[in-house]
Design a protein around this ligand. Structure first.
Ligand code: PQQ
Length: 599
């Protein structure tokens, strides 16, 4: 939308969930610099009136700021010209039972803007378009049905004349998708599933033409029975792969399975942050884990779960797709964001996956350029073979039904989860919030019942070998190497911001909002906010003054057990044990607030 494009170009705004289509979380504002950042002070705060996990960031367009909350996903329009007076508010009426089918807390990752509208994706599957000036509802449409466990937590992404939204529910056996709706009236433009026949996954005739081996039928050879206890998987070399094959979204779900035609309940959720390149007209996103978490009952590579797709925004047709974790055995969802950047006249796509690898691709065709571990503690694979693109699994960490596999790193929530990284075209580095958590994982038998949790594994989590639960690093995307790395007591569960004055901002679960030097990670400033931070740092300019802000309100997968008062180690899919120390820093449930700072 033209108004969205203009708004994103003005550095005073924050008009896109990640600032602009590149997903870089980079702002050109420079008033706050390394010399004066130590003088940052609280400018104003706003209590959202809602408890539990507050992810994402507000949008700022001109003198208006749009703030969203956790369930019930209220929206406030604050007038920055009038002391943040509430210009309008929107209070959705959602069935409270929806909260029971959200896997990882009552989160919403924010709003979209374009065509004079603010877009809200409610947790109950309703996508709503509100008049940005008045808050009046212009249209709404039902995207997902919580009755079968399908929900939404993603921010809607406005691209050209469409708004894109996704689907959560891989812990309920939902067959997920990405969908594009027309901004004008909410009519469906296209919908592409993560699993199933090529026609429904919307694969083009030239899909993966630059890398036809990505369309291989099977990338592993079974060792000692493969899916059976004691079995594991050996990566095939590129010349052993059979390709290209069609309908892999069906054929890589081999029998016997927990449910008939496993791809029909195959998960592949879509709930991340989605960049877009206007030149190629491609939008990029990742798909989540294959359902169910017990890998023994879904033999095969389980395509196209755990995949980065690049699709034409107008048609929805996929140009390329690369599966990061074929036949997932650990819940290493591939939904984490792709960040677009330029080097030597080439458009590159960098992605920090849950599975512990930092990938860089040629954004135009998916050719893999870099795949390196973000930290040496990653042990489920020894490396990614650069010719085939296949991760070489270490059989010691394969998981099988009724066997408690120990010492797997990272844990299911990955070296990074929903928390988006940022990239500075000035320093050429990525700024990546990290989890430093390992796990035990025991797949168990689980029966599919529509609308009931269908997890199929029990896990416990614990701190990685550095003795801390998290970290934060500066990463070179061309070399695939950390340039600097800071330990954090807990996972860094909030998204980062980098500015043109080479300052990086991020929040922590023990309530700190920090500024560090983009060159070396040195701490420059910090402020303690009211609750743990899982929101994304953002910045804007108003009447000549630069502001930085972040939502606080602990939750997400890391904080959901605490929010619900769960105390058994395996509760909340293992988060209760792993993050029990959070109660020393947070009241539960966490209260949502917006914190804004200026000089
Ligand atoms: O498979 C899914 O449908 C699904 C959905 C979500 C979500 O929508 O929040 C998460 C996950 N999986 C997940 O695996 C995960 O680690 C996770 C973390 C969070 C969070 O907000 O902290 N959500 C989710």
């Amino acid at each position: 939308a033209a108004d969205q494009e203009a708004a994103m170009a003005d550095q005073n705004n924050w008009a896109h969930p990640r600032h602009d289509h590149s997903n870089q979380g980079f702002s050109g504002l420079t008033q706050i610099n390394k010399g004066n950042v130590k003088n940052l002070k609280a400018a104003w705060t706003f209590a959202t009136g809602v408890n539990r996990g507050h992810e994402g960031s507000p949008l700022v367009i001109g003198n208006m700021m749009y703030v969203h909350t956790a369930f019930p996903n209220n929206v406030y329009a604050l007038d920055l010209n009038d002391n943040q007076k509430i210009a309008w508010a929107y209070f959705p009426k959602q069935d409270p039972s929806v909260q029971a089918v959200l896997c990882c807390d009552n989160v919403s990752r924010g709003l979209g803007y374009g065509d004079g509208k603010i877009f809200l994706q409610q947790n109950d599957g309703t996508l709503v378009a509100l008049d940005a000036k008045t808050g009046a509802k212009v249209w709404d449409v039902k995207v997902n049905d919580p009755k079968v466990g399908a929900t939404n937590t993603n921010a809607p992404h406005v691209i050209k004349d469409k708004v894109l939204t996704g689907c959560s529910g891989a812990e309920f056996g939902v067959r997920c998708f990405i969908a594009a709706y027309n901004l004008k009236d909410g009519s469906l433009a296209w919908k592409a599933y993560s699993t199933g026949p090529d026609s429904e996954v919307m694969l083009g005739a030239d899909f993966n033409s630059a890398n036809p081996h990505y369309n291989a039928l099977s990338v592993y050879e079974d060792v000692n029975g493969g899916n059976k206890q004691g079995g594991s998987f050996k990566a095939l070399s590129k010349d052993q792969l059979k390709f290209p094959e069609k309908d892999l979204g069906v054929k890589t779900w081999l029998k016997p399975q927990a449910v008939k035609d496993g791809w029909q309940h195959g998960g592949g959720s879509v709930w991340g942050w989605w960049p877009y390149d206007p030149k190629s007209n491609l939008v990029y996103y990742g798909t989540g884990n294959p359902s169910v978490w017990n890998p023994d009952v879904r033999p095969g590579d389980n395509k196209w779960s755990m995949t980065i797709f690049a699709r034409d925004v107008d048609t929805g047709i996929a140009k390329w797709g690369y599966q990061m974790t074929p036949h997932d055995e650990w819940d290493y969802d591939g939904i984490n964001e792709v960040i677009l950047w330029d080097k030597g006249g080439k458009k590159l796509a960098t992605h920090f996956d849950r599975n512990g690898f930092g990938y860089t691709f040629d954004a135009s065709n998916g050719t893999l350029l870099v795949a390196e571990k973000v930290h040496p503690f990653v042990n489920w694979a020894t490396k990614v073979d650069m010719k085939s693109g296949v991760p070489e699994k270490d059989g010691k960490y394969s998981t099988h039904q009724d066997y408690n596999a120990k010492g797997i790193c990272p844990a299911a929530l990955g070296t990074k989860d929903q928390q988006p990284a940022s990239y500075s075209p000035k320093t050429g580095l990525f700024y990546v919030p990290l989890n430093h958590v390992c796990m035990t994982y025991e797949p168990v038998e689980s029966k599919y019942v529509a609308g009931q949790p269908w997890v199929g594994a029990t896990l416990t989590m614990f701190a990685g070998p550095d003795g801390v639960m998290g970290g934060f690093m500066g990463w070179d995307g061309s070399k695939g190497k950390a340039v600097w790395y800071n330990k954090e007591k807990f996972s860094s569960w909030g998204g980062s911001l980098v500015t043109a004055s080479d300052i990086v901002f991020y929040g922590t679960l023990d309530r700190w909002f920090k500024a560090v030097d983009a060159k070396n990670g040195k701490e420059l400033w910090k402020f303690q906010v009211g609750s743990g931070v899982i929101g994304n740092a953002f910045t804007y300019g108003h009447k000549g003054k630069q502001y930085v802000g972040v939502l606080s309100g602990i939750g997400g997968w890391a904080g959901v057990a605490m929010n619900l008062g769960m105390t058994n180690d395996t509760d909340a899919l293992g988060a209760a044990g792993g993050y029990k120390e959070l109660t020393k820093y947070n009241a539960a449930p966490g209260g949502g607030a917006l914190n804004v700072f200026s000089l």
